[in-house]
Write a protein of this length. Structure first.
Lengths: 613, 286
């Protein structure tokens, strides 16, 4: 008798070039269109062909907050995937594979796990459509309505013509048919969805969407994972929406171009990852000194240096905080959810223009590239705040006038009577450089005070940080950005065990909300940080700004996202043992590789892919 | 014609007496006046260096940015509001040293703007080190036994990278220089005006008399500015005779002409912030 759950997890793995992402996206989208909530994370490598790729897709009849730890069904497009994960498939689940590719045995598999081999060549006479056939088998065994996938196949091959659509639909049907006649329905089933067709997106498209909603008209960037998909998403809409997307020679040019566009009055943005941001560093200060609005997206990946190009990490907080010489107002936002990616992108443009300073949006690969369902955004209420802009000269115009808020009304080039020069040298209220021959300590102090005064007003724009969960708990999980949802899910799991936990996950990182964060932390019983880095960067920032030390720490810097179990287990341990001394634990994901695995001695993955193509 | 004085900025130039950059500033003011471009429609962008202080001395919108980064800022400004006349200015260290990557790509992009380089073949503001255009074997503060590297050839580089108007002037020839600048500003596309602008303080080799003995005007020899190969050949002429004038000029669609976001012709800055196509985009997420 199949066991019906409120959620289930499917992994699709193989070599890069096997089409994992597109198969996984089709499955995810079919589910999101069929009334299920979806969360998918693609674990991939930095090679175009041959590297190991595995997409983790969790679907639920309720909101699913993470990719999930457990594996119900596995689609193994190569032997390597089978060897790594087949033994982890839960009782009653199944492993799907192409019998032309490798031989599989049930050895080591859990009880009642079906091995569903598809003789692809015999069935459809074409290896190129193996994914389509396997999807058919998957939908059949899961007992899901195949209509959504059939619809997606039609959409995907629309431009290629009727014949291609027909062939693919046939391959899909044959995969389904074969599974129906040769195998039994899967032992793990999911209840019916609610019928709602939900939007499905990642953090990057949501930031892009927010930028468009905010009236962004200029995006300049140099390709870098995991920010490239923001470039790709935006350029898809460029011609249609009148957004100018400029691929630049490097990230230095990217930010400088965005600053040029911002200077003339266009809402402009650039996006990159840590390495590219390092190159942009000097121009961050340029935007601040010339008081030019600009938005910078930094999608973090594993560092240092080239690091882990296709893996996630929260390792750049101090790079963002310390970017560029000298002291100046800047904003660092760290959205925690898709909704916040959209909302905070809009807010970023507003803050950048209202306060005429650089605004940085810090995400990471895990948030930027995930696929998750969301409930849709309110397109009727998009707040656009530009700050003061002078359109007509009214007496002598002073571009950098000293004002009570530190914000000087802007004039856009082209306006009559408001001519000024914006200089990166220190300058006076008129914009006249004081650093060369006229250096005047009093003016220097006045101008510094003017710019820095904005910080206090910026802080007032930020909503207060909130605890999630009960107001009082025995343990507070503390984090920032993308780890929010795993902390929330861990909290729920711990509540079910009768443990009293809450969550403080920050999204406004700079200027720091010292009073508010201190106020919340002072009331906490025990605290444990959850950060995807080695040194605990948020912990350091909190201590620096509030004087409060988070007591215990859970860290991860292997590039893979936190697993729910890892957070739950460590929180439980801390709650049960109440250690007097600070405890720091690092957790690692099990990717099914021996610790001494060498890619030099094991070229099999790449070689197999090479043979196939 | 507009008055030159309309283009004179609030600040007196702080260059050394006799600096070549005075001639460049004067020529630019004259060119703008002759073209009758209102000062508020001009955006000048510079980097860092003695010559990059120029925007403050000119009555026009200015952006005095980072060392070597004038061209990307100018590009962003032009793409953001292509109704503006955008002029980037700077020196040889700024444009051909630290910023040469941007120079190469800006040439091939053909954005409709003008780049004026005050080339004094030395680093002036940092007190006399070798620059990318310092000639070989020249002794400078950073090369006491003479430079080892070959000098970069800006004219040849611009030509091979696709610039559509490539000229060289001499700040000792003010009127001629103003004409070159006028041509550059009027030209639809990326125009380089490399200017011999002697540094009287730190370059004791490439002096006014040194140039006066050598420079000649290409137009006096009926140079064909439409001949790319000939222009390139002339770019390598150096020594006893050094050409100034327009080396090459060609009409090619500008970046703005071909940019899909600018098809409507309305500058980005004039386009509304609120948009009505968001619901359709949202549908694509489903």
């Amino acid at each position: 008798m199949p066991h019906t759950q409120t959620e289930l997890t499917v992994w699709i793995g193989g070599a890069a070039g096997d089409g994992i992402a597109s198969a996984g996206e089709s499955f995810a989208k079919a589910c999101s269109r069929s009334g299920y909530h979806v969360f998918a994370h693609n674990s991939y490598q930095s090679v175009i062909r041959g590297g190991h790729v595995c997409m983790h897709i969790r679907i639920g009849t309720h909101k699913v907050l993470t990719q999930g730890d457990e594996l119900d069904y596995l689609v193994a497009l190569n032997q390597d995937t089978f060897a790594r994960y087949a033994k982890r498939v839960m009782e009653g689940g199944a492993v799907f594979y192409n019998t032309d590719k490798f031989k599989a045995t049930g050895e080591g598999l859990k009880k009642d796990v079906q091995l569903i081999g598809l003789p692809v060549m015999e069935l459809i006479g074409n290896q190129q459509m193996q994914n389509t056939a396997l999807m058919g088998a998957l939908m059949q065994v899961l007992g899901l309505d195949p209509q959504a996938i059939r619809e997606l196949i039609k959409e995907r091959f629309l431009k290629k013509g009727e014949a291609v659509i027909t062939t693919n639909l046939e391959a899909f049907d044959k995969g389904m048919g074969h599974a129906r006649s040769h195998f039994t329905p899967g032992g793990i089933r999911i209840g019916s969805g609610d019928g709602k067709r939900r939007p499905l997106a990642g953090g990057n498209p949501m930031i892009g969407f927010g930028a468009l909603a905010a009236g962004c008209r200029f995006y300049s960037a140099y390709p870098m994972t995991p920010a490239s998909s923001l470039l790709h998403w935006l350029v898809t809409y460029a011609a249609k929406t009148g957004l100018l997307v400029k691929q630049c020679e490097d990230e230095i040019a990217s930010l400088n171009m965005a600053i040029g566009a911002g200077h003339v009055g266009v809402r402009a943005m650039t996006g990159t990852s840590g390495g590219g941001f390092a190159l942009m560093t000097e121009a961050v200060g340029e935007a601040a000194m010339t008081e030019t609005p600009v938005v910078i997206v930094e999608a973090q990946r594993g560092g240092p240096s080239t690091g882990l190009p296709t893996k996630s990490e929260q390792g750049d907080l101090f790079q963002l905080l310390g970017a560029s010489q000298g002291e100046f107002p800047k904003v660092i936002l760290a959205p925690r959810t898709l909704q916040e990616c959209y909302d905070m992108a809009i807010q970023a443009f507003n803050l950048a223009e209202q306060y005429q300073c650089p605004v940085m949006i810090a995400t990471d690969l895990y948030l930027a590239e995930r696929l998750e369902t969301f409930e849709g955004v309110d397109l009727n209420r998009i707040p656009i705040e530009r700050g003061p802009i002078v359109t007509q000269a009214n007496g002598a115009y002073r571009r950098f006038a000293d004002t009570p808020t530190g914000v000087s009304p802007r004039a856009l080039p082209g306006t009559q009577g408001t001519i000024f020069t914006a200089a990166t040298d220190e300058h006076d209220e008129d914009g006249i450089v004081i650093s060369d021959v006229y250096t005047n300590p009093a003016i220097r102090v006045k101008m510094m005070d003017k710019r820095m005064r904005k910080i206090g007003f910026l802080l007032k724009e930020f909503p207060k940080p909130q605890l999630d969960g009960p107001a009082h708990a025995d343990l507070t999980l503390v984090g920032w950005g993308s780890t929010y949802q795993v902390m929330l899910e861990a909290m729920e799991a711990l509540h079910k065990e009768g443990l009293n936990v809450n969550v403080l996950c920050l999204r406004y990182l700079w200027p720091f909300q010292t009073q508010e964060v201190r106020g919340l932390l002072e009331r906490c019983t025990m605290t444990m940080s959850v950060e995807a880095n080695y040194t605990g960067q948020l912990v350091k920032l909190i201590r620096m700004e509030t004087g409060i030390s988070i007591q215990h720490h859970l860290r991860k810097y292997d590039g893979e996202p936190f697993e729910l179990k890892q957070v739950v287990d460590q929180a439980r341990t801390i709650l049960k043992t109440k250690p007097a001394e600070s405890v720091t634990v690092s957790v690692v994901s099990d990717e099914g590789l021996p610790p001494d695995f060498s890619p030099v001695e094991n070229p099999a993955i790449g070689a197999e892919a090479a043979r196939q193509h | 014609m507009a008055q030159v004085k309309e283009y004179i900025g609030k600040i007196k130039p702080d260059w050394c007496p006799g600096c070549g950059d005075f001639g460049v500033l004067n020529s630019l003011q004259r060119a703008l006046a002759e073209l009758e471009i209102p000062p508020h429609q001009v955006q000048v962008v510079s980097g860092i260096g003695c010559s990059s202080n120029l925007p403050g001395f000119l009555n026009a919108y200015g952006f005095h940015g980072l060392h070597g980064r004038s061209l990307p800022v100018a590009t962003g400004a032009k793409l953001g509001n292509h109704a503006l006349t955008v002029i980037a200015t700077g020196g040889d260290g700024d444009g051909y040293g630290i910023g040469v990557g941007h120079f190469v790509h800006t040439c091939r992009r053909n954005v409709d703007m003008t780049y004026i380089v005050m080339d004094n073949q030395i680093y002036g503001l940092t007190t006399g080190q070798a620059s990318p255009t310092t000639e070989k074997d020249i002794r400078t503060k950073s090369t006491p036994e003479g430079t080892i590297e070959l000098a970069l050839n800006p004219v040849a580089l611009a030509l091979t990278c696709g610039a559509t108007y490539v000229a060289r002037g001499f700040s000792g020839e003010n009127l001629h220089l103003a004409q070159l600048m006028k041509g550059a500003i009027e030209h639809k596309g990326f125009a380089l005006v490399d200017v011999f602008s002697p540094c009287v303080t730190y370059n004791k080799h490439n002096t006014y008399p040194w140039f006066r003995e050598r420079v000649y005007k290409l137009e006096d020899e009926r140079h064909d500015t439409s001949d790319f190969r000939l222009g390139l050949e002339k770019a390598f002429e150096w020594g006893a005779r050094i050409p100034i004038g327009v080396f090459y000029k060609v009409e090619r669609p500008t970046y703005e002409d071909e940019e899909p976001a600018l098809r409507s012709g309305t500058p980005l800055v004039k386009q509304p912030l609120h948009r009505n196509d968001l619901a359709a985009i949202m549908e694509d997420f489903i």
